[in-house]
Design a binder for this molecule. Structure first.
Ligand code: FAD
Length: 820
């Protein structure tokens, strides 16, 4: 072992010298952290980075955050050489996405509108223009191309070296040949790293271990559910006439992307069914390594891809390259502070876009480390959305097969992953299945999405951008909620008991609303950070001896961590996750009281049991916590039932329900009902960058309660700024035909002012409905007058459709129905 002198202390230790680790170190350096150490156990780029194809593409994501990552990364790579003197190989030769199928055309047109709104200069071009730009491509079957002139390619090794050099220029110390063998930790806080060359004490540790990141995380008890998969490209012998200045073309329907490489052509592949690599564990000595290619498995995909550039079928193959790249269960990276260990950050699981997002990922993470929170929406990327069971070998082996293939599938909005299913089932699952439920993956739970009306087995597909076969079933469930009574299994909701003498005090300081009022009351509240932006959106119910906190399925680990980290050490307050212990059924609709009253001796009259009240009641042999609350906009109840009594209560309800026309309703109905009422959903239409006032939830903030709350000063300061110039509004299409999903652009008087963060179909309102954050004009508040003065339209795949806008819920703005 060579004698490497490591510092004994550093403010931040970054583990891993791939593009991500070097980018994090570079940005920390630029943000003023001089005391940063990067440790790479082999040499820089030795993991996955060295063999990347180097595509630098900004087009292609419906996530604003991911698009910002891409744009920032491209800009960074184009200026890094001037800053560091180290070339990056960035060549803006252009990029073309090809559509050969009707549904992909729809997808890319929708994407184009969104990406243009986000500042990506993408244009639709004809098949002939594709041929003009890449003359060797077959174009007779192309419906359109989507061209970004400023995109192109980089040299991944050079880019990483330039980032490393830029980091060093800012004082970051980089050590190669130093592997991290363990993590120092005390009381749930990271304290440094262990290496064969000695320990380094550190305030912050960042796991940028790439495909090794899962095992690196496990050393510290941190869950990083990523899995390496075989990932391929092929390089042909020289092709006469091919040019280095031609754009990169991508044809997902043929599983391939194509660009010039060393006088030949590179054909990169994303096969629909991939092969996970080393599920049992990654080899630690794999540096600048290659995986022996599996010609038998890849043969048919290579053949299909080659047809896009027919000359490739006549030219010899110089190399079929296979290397490991890490994929995650939902194709989104694992970013941010680990819920298990404070000050331990992760930036791994890049799903084959680590080069083209690396700059943005590094910047965001460095900002998070410096300021304590992210400045972009991370709800979809936060590592705390993932769960320990997803690191199980069987889960990884199964799900990863689908993940890589999803990259090149048409991304239908109603798609649900089909592998690694059945991991979590509510107590009602088999009964719901017998009723014709179509289940989708809800944070690993089998969530009933809709039901066949005759309990026949559901048939999904073909997927489309239009109305699908189950549209009328969904409509019927929606209408039954508005006019009769429905039952909905919501057992996947995250639930906690918070107990102890100080429980009320602790929760009240975390909550923006007053949640420590009368016993037996449920309170809707947000949890804010010091900046006044949202960390959580949930309810707190004050019961006789405890509090019950309920949040959405995706929020489980974030809310859990936030509560634990904001409970003072000396507080008599104990948080218990009771998600598994309590099944949840929602009984909602104008006839829900009648139904519930028919199965309990408790008095449920409006006088005895008003809106927002909670009480334990009898149903059969069970004790059930009944809460009168709604997320659907009707008179309704949530039933929290001990799991072992869940089916007993369900059977009683269903039997009694016959008389009242009780219908089962799924999550599609939940989405459409709540959207008509403009109820928010954290991670979908509101996120960590939003101020509670801008999303219209100021009514749930209690600025007067004694003791204040986290984020109060920021809310007060925001109020003092005067009328808001950014607001979340409800959007309704006046034409009942088109559908809205997400990311459609909203226009006011011909100017783009925002996009649909989430949308559904309002079966009662009679058209598509969604929520959009709109930016107003300088010096002008967003109010009723500003809305009225506008002519509003939404761009749907290039077609403008008229819309109406509202600050108040379009359905039952006076809340008359829920209080009836
Ligand atoms: C065939 C192929 C083509 C690709 N093409 C593209 C493309 O065109 N565009 C694009 O954007 N992306 C592409 N990618 C993906 C991209 O290469 C990766 O997303 C990216 O390189 C990941 O970078 P990383 O820093 O996370 O991981 P890595 O580059 O693997 O870096 C992780 C580093 O951590 C080190 N490490 C691990 N454990 C320890 C430890 N205990 N102590 C110290 N060091 C440790 C490893 O040695 C390694 O060097 C491609 C990938 C493949 C396989």
């Amino acid at each position: 072992m060579t004698d490497i002198q490591l510092p004994t202390h550093a403010r931040v230790v970054v583990i891993g010298g791939g593009v991500i680790g070097c980018s994090v170190a570079y940005h920390l350096g630029h943000m003023g952290f001089s005391d940063v150490v990067l440790l790479e156990r082999h040499r820089l780029t030795a993991g996955t980075t060295w063999h990347s194809a180097g595509l630098m593409v900004t087009f292609g994501s419906t996530s604003e955050t991911s698009t910002e990552f891409r744009k920032y990364t491209r800009d960074l790579y184009s200026r890094l050489e001037a800053e560091t003197g180290q070339a990056t190989g960035f060549r803006p030769v252009g990029f073309i996405e090809i559509a050969t199928e009707k549904d992909r055309l729809e997808e890319y047109r929708r994407l184009t509108a969104f990406n243009r709104h986000c500042g990506v200069d993408v244009h639709e071009i004809s098949a002939k223009e594709v041929g003009d730009l890449f003359p060797l491509a077959r174009t007779d079957d192309i419906l359109a191309g989507f061209y970004v002139k400023g995109d192109g390619r980089v040299d991944p090794v050079d880019v990483t070296m330039a980032l490393a050099k830029g980091a060093k220029m800012k004082g970051v110390k980089i050590f190669e040949g130093v592997g991290v063998t363990g993590i120092l930790e005390k009381d749930g806080v990271v304290k440094g790293v262990k290496t064969p060359h000695g320990d380094i004490q550190a305030e912050v540790v960042v796991n940028c271990g790439g495909a090794w990141g899962r095992e690196l995380g496990a050393q510290a008890g941190v869950t990083v559910p990523l899995q390496a998969a075989e990932h391929y490209y092929l390089i042909t012998d020289n092709i006469p006439g091919i040019s280095r200045s031609w754009p990169v073309i991508e044809d997902p329907a043929s599983y391939g992307y194509f660009r010039e490489e060393g006088g030949g052509m590179m054909i990169g592949l994303f096969e629909p069914v991939c092969a996970p690599w080393k599920v049992e564990g990654m080899p630690n000595d794999f540096a600048f390594g290659e995986i022996k290619p599996d010609w038998d498995r890849m043969g048919e995909y290579i053949e299909t891809a080659m047809k896009r550039v027919p000359i490739s079928m006549e030219i010899g193959v110089r190399k079929l390259f296979c290397g490991p790249e890490s994929f995650t269960p939902d194709l989104r990276p694992c970013l941010g502070e680990a819920p298990e260990l404070k000050n331990y950050f992760v930036a791994a699981g890049l799903n084959s876009i680590g080069i083209l997002t690396g700059g943005g990922v590094g910047r965001m993470l460095a900002h998070w480390i410096k300021h304590g929170r992210s400045d972009v929406d991370v709800t979809a990327f936060h590592i705390d959305r993932l769960h320990p069971y997803q690191t199980n070998p069987e889960y990884r082996r199964t799900r990863t097969v689908e993940s890589l293939g999803m990259v090149y599938k048409c991304h239908y909005p109603t798609h649900s992953m089909t592998t690694a299913r059945g991991a979590k089932k509510s107590a009602f699952h088999d009964r719901l299945a017998a009723r014709g439920a179509y289940f989708r993956d809800v944070s690993g739970w089998e969530g009933a999405d809709w039901y066949t009306p005759d309990a026949s087995p559901p048939v999904i597909g073909p997927l489309s951008w239009g109305r699908q076969s189950w549209f009328p079933y969904w409509q019927a469930e929606h209408e039954a909620t508005r006019n009769g009574v429905i039952l909905m299994d919501m057992s996947f909701m995250s639930k906690w008991y918070v107990q102890g003498r100080d429980a009320g005090k602790v929760l009240n300081y975390i909550s923006a609303n007053n949640v420590d009022g009368d016993t037996g009351l449920i309170t809707y509240t947000q949890w804010l950070n010091e900046g006044g932006t949202l960390e959580a959106d949930l309810t707190v119910t004050k019961l006789a001896s405890k509090f019950m906190v309920v949040a959405s399925d995706t929020a489980l680990r974030h809310v859990d961590t936030w509560m634990r980290r904001h409970t003072p050490e000396d507080a008599h307050c104990f948080v218990t996750d009771v998600t598994s212990g309590l099944a949840q059924l929602n009984v909602q609709g104008p006839r829900s009281r009648e139904l519930m009253q028919s199965i309990t001796t408790a008095d449920l009259s409006n006088e005895a049991f008003p809106f927002r009240h909670a009480r334990e009641i009898d149903i059969g042999y069970a004790r059930v916590l009944l809460v009168r609350i709604t997320y659907l906009g009707e008179l309704g109840y949530e039933l929290y039932i001990p799991t072992e009594q869940a089916t007993h209560v369900y059977d009683i309800l269903v039997e009694a329900g016959v008389k009242f026309g009780l219908r089962h309703a799924g999550l599609k109905a939940l989405a459409s009902l709540r959207m008509e009422k403009a109820y928010r959903d954290y991670g979908h239409d509101i996120d960590n960058t939003d101020s509670v006032l801008e999303v219209g939830l100021g009514f749930a903030v209690d600025l007067k309660k004694p003791g204040g709350f986290i984020g109060k000063e920021a809310v007060v300061a925001k109020k003092a700024e005067g009328p808001l110039r950014k607001k979340l509004v409800q959007v309704f299409l006046t034409d009942p035909e088109p559908l809205l999903f997400h990311a459609e652009i909203l226009y006011r008087n011909g100017n783009a002012v925002g996009y649909l963060r989430a949308a559904s179909y309002g079966h009662t309102l009679g058209g598509a409905v969604g929520l959009a954050m709109v930016d107003g004009e300088p010096g002008r508040a967003i109010d009723e007058a500003w809305i009225k003065e506008g002519v509003w339209e939404v761009d749907i795949a290039g077609r403008k459709v008229g819309a109406t806008i509202s600050l108040k819920p379009m359905y039952d703005p006076a809340n008359a129905r829920i209080k009836a």
